[in-house]
Design a protein around this ligand. Structure first.
Ligand SMILES: Nc1ncnc2c1ncn2[C@@H]1O[C@H](COP(=O)(O)OP(=O)(O)O)[C@@H](O)[C@H]1O
Ligand SMILES: [Mg+2]
Length: 319
């Protein structure tokens, strides 16, 4: 009797121990899976049989959560790849746009030069020759009526040459290549502010001479900024400062006019591209451009170009 009781007790104890060991192993497996998951291994699963008991349910919940996490991760990776691709496409498109802009800018400059030299070598020469002929005819005539007609004609010839020279100046001022940037800017100011009350100062602190391409870009941006002063600023005075800085060329154009809201975040106003064009030109050349304006106090445009044209995006247009 006593022996039977002892055996029963031993068997019960062994069964209880076995069950506890089983539970212990399951909990251990769950803990290990949790650790793997926490370390970033989203393939970790509990490995527990999905029974109705608490551990089984816990195992299922854990595995469901790990699966959901894995899917999320995959989605996030796909989204990131898409984003990368879009950014690359945008960068390519932007690079293409820059290339095109650089090409157009250079083509425009070359076309201007070509027309300017045609006007100089052809049209002006032809009209000047006409003037000399008229002069000779005048000497051969004595009739006052005819002389008056010739005088009028001669006046028209002089006027035409003056207008062509004016056009020539706007296309590409010869002084820019002959004497440099500061004299060209002074001449431009003389020309555009001739009938305006705005006074100006040009301070040239350049110690070296910018190369032809840089010089042209410097001139064009300054021209646009000064044109804005003339058209919009209602200023009394404008100052242009040319200075060397960080191995490149810095230009500052400052007026004391009415100022305006210069909001770089809002982008260009349709039909008004001057400010954007200035920035684009400077950035295309590897430099920077910035403007600041205070209502009632004036506007300051500042830009910097590296010494030699910066990034060479296009070769010669003809090439
Ligand atoms: N120096 C300035 N003073 C006052 N307003 C200015 C000045 N420069 C530009 N603006 C304002 O910024 C606007 C945009 O200039 P811009 O892009 O050059 O185009 P646009 O000259 O064709 O109007 C101008 O219409 C004007 O209102
Ligand atoms: Mg403008």
């Amino acid at each position: 009797m006593f022996q039977l009781a002892l055996v029963t007790l031993l068997v019960t104890a062994a069964a209880a121990l076995g069950a506890e060991l089983f539970v212990f192993r399951q909990v251990k497996s769950l803990v290990q899976a949790t650790r793997r998951l926490a370390a970033g291994d989203l393939t970790a699963r509990s490995g527990l049989p999905y029974g109705r008991d608490e551990l089984g349910q816990l195992g299922r919940s854990f595995d469901d959560m790990a699966t959901a996490l894995q899917e999320r991760q995959a989605q996030a990776e796909r989204a990131e790849e898409d984003l990368h691709r879009s950014v690359e496409e945008l960068q390519e498109a932007d690079e293409e746009r820059r290339r095109l802009l650089a090409y157009l800018t250079r083509a425009q400059e070359q076309e201007r030069s070509r027309i300017a030299s045609d006007i100089h070598d052809d049209s002006i020469q032809a009209i000047t020759a006409l003037g000399i002929r008229l002069e000779m005819m005048k000497r051969a005539l004595s009739d006052p009526g005819q002389l008056r007609v010739l005088d009028e004609l001669e006046g028209s010839v002089v006027h035409s040459v003056a207008r062509l020279r004016h056009l020539l100046f706007h296309l590409r001022p010869p002084v820019l290549d002959r004497e440099g940037l500061a004299p060209a800017i002074r001449m431009y100011l003389d020309e555009v502010l001739r009938d305006s009350p705005i006074t100006y100062g040009v301070e040239n602190r350049f110690e070296s001479t910018p190369g032809p391409e840089t010089r042209t870009i410097l001139y064009r941006i300054t021209q646009e900024a000064l044109n804005n002063v003339r058209k919009h600023a209602r200023a009394h005075h404008v100052d242009v400062l040319l200075e060397e800085s960080h191995g490149g060329f810095l230009v500052r154009i400052e007026d004391d006019g009415q100022g305006f809201r210069l909001d770089s975040a809002s982008g260009p106003v349709p039909g008004h591209l001057g400010l954007t064009a200035m920035r684009e030109r400077a950035e295309l050349a590897g430099g920077w451009w910035r403007g600041s304006s205070v209502l009632g106090q004036g506007t300051r445009i500042e830009y910097w170009l590296p010494p030699e044209g910066g990034r060479a995006l296009v070769q010669d247009v003809a090439g």
